[in-house]
Design a protein around this ligand. Structure first.
Ligand code: SF4
Length: 418
């Protein structure tokens, strides 16, 4: 079969799609681009915003136009929350929720009469491939938090993960395949192991012992789960990098309460202070949601002032949109949509300013860089340990190598993350 995939949403989805395609390829199928003729189109969907859902529908329609006879498998979060609606879209032949989607290769093989379906009990540890230097490794799925704006717990279910032993076994396989940097991903990564009496920090300690993996990043961790022990561990570890992604969502305690987040601004600020005390050059990214209920002008000015006051390196900004079934539909003062967009624009502007300040603070410093394989018109690029993108003339000897470089106005790629 020729198989094509289109992925929407988070890094977790990208890791899962990559894992599925690798398994299809191992079974002897050919992977083609999504705009090409294929026998099976996979659309791995997202439900975080209304825009994401629109893009899911559009990808499904595109696949059906390209080959009306193809199978279209819609998987992931949108498939979970709107399975019956999706099943009615012309061309869709299979809808798999988040508990079933890793079974897609087996289901397709079973349809062709080749194999029996495996058990669905085990947690599907998955990782991305395709980049010889960096791999996204899914170690956790689901969430028990039920923040009032979020549909993910409905779409992905309760928090779950494999055991530390199983996770280490897969990490060693990733190391054997040559990945130099591993990004640990999950929906609520810090809850790894909580239902099995294991802990995230114990996993980190064990992973640090796999010497062939030179670098680890934690893709995102909730502020209340980023314990002082984890911060101290990262500061002194062999391979965990000084790069943190800590969702803030709102910089006003009133809005944080309406969101049912499990921290306040004081806790958030204390975490950042500890990070910077131990790792002064650490990069700290924050997710922020613009225009959530209660974020009137007075509260928004607190958000801006709070973010200004923090050593945040850049923001991921999302505009709030109502998600069906969430508690936010009934909570607090609604913010008009044009105001939400205005708040988004001002936060993006602030993010650019913060990022420029962070890069300026690093000029003249020497940091380690892992060089990637892509040749961009004679240039190659790589990330420093503290997540600054650098470029240099292409040298095949340096692909997947780590070197120490001075950050200069000439080698820095400023528009890399915002
Ligand atoms: S922590 Fe909150 S925002 Fe994150 S996935 Fe869970 S419910 Fe959603």
């Amino acid at each position: 079969m020729k198989i094509a995939a289109h992925t929407l949403g988070c890094k977790l989805n990208y890791a899962e799609t990559s894992d599925l395609l690798r398994r299809f390829s191992t079974l002897g199928h050919t992977i083609v681009d999504f705009h090409e003729q294929a026998d099976l189109y996979i659309v791995n969907t997202c439900t975080v915003t209304a825009v994401a859902e629109k893009k899911c529908r559009s990808a499904i329609r595109q696949a059906h136009r390209t080959n009306p006879d193809a199978e279209i498998a819609v998987i992931g979060c949108f498939a979970q929350v709107a399975a019956s609606d999706i099943g009615k879209i012309p061309g869709v032949t299979l809808v798999l929720d988040n508990t079933q989607k890793h079974l897609l290769p087996s289901i397709m093989e079973e349809r062709s009469g080749k194999v029996k379906m495996p058990s669905t009990d085990a947690f599907p540890l998955q990782y991305s491939s395709g980049d010889r230097t960096r791999t996204f490794f899914k170690i956790q799925d689901g969430c028990d938090y039920f923040c009032t704006y979020c549909a993910i717990p409905f779409a992905r279910g309760r928090s779950r993960s494999a055991s530390i032993e199983e996770t280490l076994c897969m990490a060693r396989r990733i190391a054997d395949e040559g990945a130099k940097e591993v990004v640990l991903t999950g929906v609520n990564t810090g809850t790894f192991g909580m239902h099995q009496g294991e802990s995230f920090i114990d996993l980190l300690r064990e992973l640090d012992g796999i010497k062939d993996i030179l670098r680890y990043r934690i893709s995102s961790i909730e502020p209340n789960l980023l314990t002082d022990d984890i911060i101290d561990f990262v500061a002194h570890s062999r391979a965990f990098l000084p790069h943190f992604h800590i969702p803030l969502q709102a910089g006003s305690d009133h809005v944080l309460q309406l969101m049912h987040r499990r921290y306040d601004t004081a806790l958030y600020a204390a975490k950042l202070e500890r990070i910077k005390a131990l790792m002064p050059d650490a990069c700290i990214a924050a997710d922020v949601m613009a225009g959530f209920n209660g974020e009137n002008e007075e509260e928004f000015s607190k958000v801006l002032a709070f973010i200004e006051s923090l050593p945040i390196s850049y923001l991921h900004v999302f505009t709030y949109s109502d998600r069906p079934g969430t508690a936010a539909l009934r909570l607090g003062e609604k913010i008009p949509i044009p105001v939400r967009h205005e708040h988004t624009a001002r936060l993006l502007e602030l993010s650019q300013k913060k990022h420029a300040q962070f890069i300026d603070s690093q000029l003249g410093k020497r940091r380690t860089v892992l060089w990637e394989h892509t040749n961009h018109n004679g240039q190659m690029e790589g990330w420093t340990d503290n997540y600054i993108r650098l470029a240099r003339p292409y040298d095949p000897e340096l692909v997947a190598a780590v070197t120490t470089e001075e950050i200069t106005p000439e080698n820095v790629v400023r528009e890399s993350v915002v």
